[in-house]
Design a protein around this ligand. Sequence first.
Ligand SMILES: NC(=O)c1ccc[n+]([C@@H]2O[C@H](COP(=O)([O-])OP(=O)(O)OC[C@H]3O[C@@H](n4cnc5c(N)ncnc54)[C@H](O)[C@@H]3O)[C@@H](O)[C@H]2O)c1
Length: 296
Amino acid sequence: MGNGRKVAVIGAGFYGSTTAQRLAEYDIFETVVLTDIIEGRPEGLALDINQSRPIEGFETRVVGVTTGPEGQGYEAIAGSEVVIITAGLPRKPGMSRMDLLETNARIIRQVSENVARHAPDAVVIVVSNPLDEMTALAQRVTGFPRQRVMGQAGMLDTARFTHFVAETLAVPVSTVRTLTLGSHGDTMVPVPSRCTVNGRPLTDLLPKDKIDELVERTRNGGAEVVALLKTGSAYFAPSAAAARMARAVAEDSGAVMPVCAWVDGEHGISGVYLGVEAEIGAGGVRRVIETPLTDE
Ligand SMILES: NC(=O)c1ccc[n+]([C@@H]2O[C@H](COP(=O)([O-])OP(=O)(O)OC[C@H]3O[C@@H](n4cnc5c(N)ncnc54)[C@H](O)[C@@H]3O)[C@@H](O)[C@H]2O)c1
């Protein structure tokens, strides 16, 4: 029957619950554990997702667990191959991701201590903001090897860029390749020189001012959704990105993805977590790819 494979999602808010749903629908894990500190929330969401199994046709079971301030309940994540950390506050309109630093650092610290205790062999994917800082903190607190801790941002930022290019040119998204590197925030680096449509350089298809406009919209992609929602941040595209990263780990696929990874000399930068392209496998980041870049 089951294959014994387990993945855990910490935080059952919008990001966490949609991530759990996507992971369950892949139908490659026996169990998706979903936790939160709000009593009943993860259990209720798990029950709801499980009741969609006969309709969507997947066997994976979601197990919802409320965790306590002393780490009660965390034993449920034991044996997880991947732990995705989504716990933490999202932005409100007008806030920058850095405004979340203090509150979310407290949360990530508590979560990371428990992940280290109960799932010491897991690959950790952090999504809580500010992303680069929370990823670095999770690595420090868990004490896990740096390649086993990464953050999700680049997959999402790149998907946003791709979506905007496809819409502008009225072409299928499947024909568009884009790339964003750097930090998840105002210093994000969308890379037009690495973008193509049906193999043709984007720079041949759109004038510079139009590309600049799409770059700017990509950089503000999260804030645009926050301003419209007014009570939270994006989660459909973000959860798709985190779930795909977890899947690449689970399948040891070697997929090259833009992720927040530890850099050690790549692109001339050392000693920080940063958005780069990396090959993802069972142990997390197999290697950082030094994507050729123009001076600009
Ligand atoms: N990296 C990205 O690309 C990206 C994109 C979107 C959102 N985010 C970030 O993801 C995070 C979650 O967003 P969301 O929309 O799900 O927010 P949300 O408010 O819907 O959910 C957050 C959940 O975390 C829970 N939580 C708080 N402290 C906890 C703890 N100690 N242990 C377990 N759970 C705890 C809360 O109870 C809540 O249910 C935010 O920090 C947001 O900024 C990142």
